[in-house]
Design a protein around this ligand. Structure first.
Ligand SMILES: Nc1ncnc2c1ncn2[C@@H]1O[C@H](COP(=O)(O)OP(=O)(O)OP(=O)(O)O)[C@@H](O)[C@H]1O
Ligand SMILES: [Mg+2]
Length: 282
């Protein structure tokens, strides 16, 4: 469990994260959305202490995240950096192996893990393992960034727009892979995205940041999220489907009725496709 209590970050007189409190339950995905500059990355980096807060506490499974040195903390927390942030002078394989090497895994285990992750992310280990980041496309670099974050099988994974540069097909595949990994290992994930469809698809809960403040924190199907203007769909897109706690990613026609407390989504008859369930509801 991650408990964020009254966390604040100020640079000089500017408050960029303002008294944010939220709890991320174990084995769940919390997605942070919000406009550029609203403090998402800063909040994420205070969890692994790449940024030190001005005030407040962050606890990981009950322990203050300042109870161990920052470098040790960061070995136990996966971090996929906005804009991938690969080490340019290290090969793809070396990049992915970064944390396992720091943790002192033996060579065979590291090689097996690197091959496994490269295969998962559709990068042939023979062909791409020895390459350097600049010899890869943007999308490939991004996948290496995610593979590197996952390498040591962390319990907690921080992901800052990890799929931003991926084309839609690979992006969908990367999302499904991450959901499968999260289920299999019970990873607790905090994921930042600008994509509301990705947020409702991936998130158990969605946090909305605005000017440093946490303005909403709720499940995707809750009205606090599903009825907000910023999530208002373009005509004929998005909204709640009828499976429990789920939200559609695509809609083929505008809703006939908006869900509300009086008319829950299950009572409306929207033609909709549920990405999570992979089926169409009528
Ligand atoms: N080291 C710093 N010194 C001063 N101001 C900073 C520093 N780092 C970030 N900021 C400011 O803090 C604010 C929040 O930045 P942050 O990177 O957290 O935003 P973000 O929500 O992740 O934005 P984006 O969606 O563009 O990635 C911004 O106004 C930014 O300019
Ligand atoms: Mg950011």
């Amino acid at each position: 469990m991650i408990e964020i209590e009254g966390i604040t970050k100020r640079y000089d007189t500017t408050t960029v994260v303002d008294d944010v409190s939220m709890v991320i339950e174990p084995r769940t995905i919390a997605v942070i959305v919000g406009t550029s500059g609203s403090g998402k990355t800063t909040l994420l980096r205070m969890i692994n202490r790449l940024v030190e807060p001005t005030a407040g506490i962050i606890k990981l499974d009950g322990a203050d995240n300042r109870s161990v040195p920052g470098y040790e903390l960061r070995r136990s927390i996966g971090y996929a950096i906005q804009g991938h942030g690969l080490f340019p002078h290290r090969t793809v394989a070396q990049n992915i192996a970064t944390v396992p090497v720091l943790l002192g895994w033996d060579k065979d285990r590291i090689n097996a893990r690197v091959d496994e992750l490269m295969t998962l992310y559709q990068l042939d280990p023979q062909a791409y393992g020895p390459r350097y980041p600049h010899e890869l496309s943007g999308g490939q670099q991004q996948r290496v960034g995610v593979a590197r974050a996952l390498a040591a099988e962390p319990n907690v994974l921080l992901m800052d727009e990890p799929f931003g540069a991926l084309d839609p097909i690979i992006r969908t595949k990367a999302q499904e892979d991450l959901l499968a990994i999260q289920k299999r290992f019970g990873t607790t994930i905090i994921l930042v995205t600008h994509d509301m469809e990705e947020a409702v698809h991936m998130g158990d809960k969605i946090a909305v940041m605005d000017a440093g403040k946490l303005v909403q924190y709720a499940r995707p199907a809750e009205p606090a999220i599903s009825s907000r203007p910023w999530s208002a769909p373009a005509k004929g897109r998005s909204g709640c489907c009828r499976s429990d706690g789920c939200v559609t990613r695509w809609r083929t026609a505008p809703p006939r009725a908006k869900p509300s407390a009086a008319t829950p989504a299950s009572a409306t008859h929207w033609p909709s496709y549920c990405g999570r369930a992979g089926r169409r509801y009528r």
